[in-house]
Design a protein around this ligand. Structure first.
Ligand code: ACO
Length: 195
């Protein structure tokens, strides 16, 4: 994903960047107009990739946009490819997470009020899918949050994402719920891996 009016590499220093409600790369130190300019560009990027993600998931409107992130406590990991587009860089994908208060059923059918980290939006550009980019971004998030995949809840996972979770993390046994969130066996157990 390229942007005509600015170079992606002028905004990001690394191939994975964390963005939160300020719409600035984590650790951004610029002031004044540099700050405003950067946050405007990131807002444009999030609007565009948010739409691409929605289309890929056949949703009628995006889950992710600049204005939505600004009003949330969500954490967004953005993957870029600095080498592409003749050295201007491209945006490859996004992974958005956040905590949600949920009522979830365990394996025995007992309901619990929990506030897990949730996967809210995950998208890799069509030209890069199935080349390991999703795994790279997901692994970065797991390490950064110090969380195991089975302890996260997933908001309406697609078939591709379910396949991804099975392939890379062996997650397959879904605990039936009354909401749109999917959790796997092991969700309620933080020690032995049983759930
Ligand atoms: N069909 C089936 N499985 C797929 C597909 C596909 N078209 N694409 C990826 N996968 C799964 C498979 O398990 C695949 O392994 P395989 O190629 O050996 O079958 C594995 O993912 C590949 O791993 P990566 O290359 O690391 O994954 P990728 O970079 O493709 O990222 C992602 C995975 C994010 C699901 C990506 O395919 C994508 O953006 N899909 C479209 C949007 C989407 O479905 N997003 C998840 C929505 S749910 C949510 O956001 C909470």
């Amino acid at each position: 994903m390229e942007f005509n009016y600015f170079s992606v590499n002028s905004i990001f220093n690394n191939d994975i960047t964390i963005v939160t409600k300020e719409l600035l790369p984590e650790g951004f130190s610029g002031k004044g107009t540099a700050r405003v300019d950067c946050s405007n560009k990131i807002s444009i990027i999030l609007d565009e990739i948010g739409w691409a993600s929605a289309k890929a998931q056949q949703l009628i409107k995006p889950i992710t946009s600049g204005s939505k992130l600004k009003l949330s406590d969500h954490i967004l990991y953005l993957l870029t490819d600095p080498e592409s587009s003749n050295g201007r860089g491209t945006v490859v994908g996004l992974l958005k997470i956040g905590r949600k208060k949920l009522f979830m059923f365990d394996l025995a059918g007992y309901q619990h009020e929990v506030e897990p980290l949730c996967i809210l939006d995950f998208y890799i550009h069509e030209s890069k899918q199935r080349t390991g980019c999703g795994k790279k971004l997901f692994e970065y998030m797991l390490q950064h949050q110090n969380v195991r995949p089975q302890h996260m809840a997933i908001d309406r996972p697609s078939e591709k994402f379910l396949s991804f979770l099975y392939k890379h993390y062996g997650l397959e046994h879904i605990l039936p719920q009354m909401n749109n969130f999917v959790v796997f066996k092991g969700f309620f157990d933080h020690d032995s891996g049983e759930g």
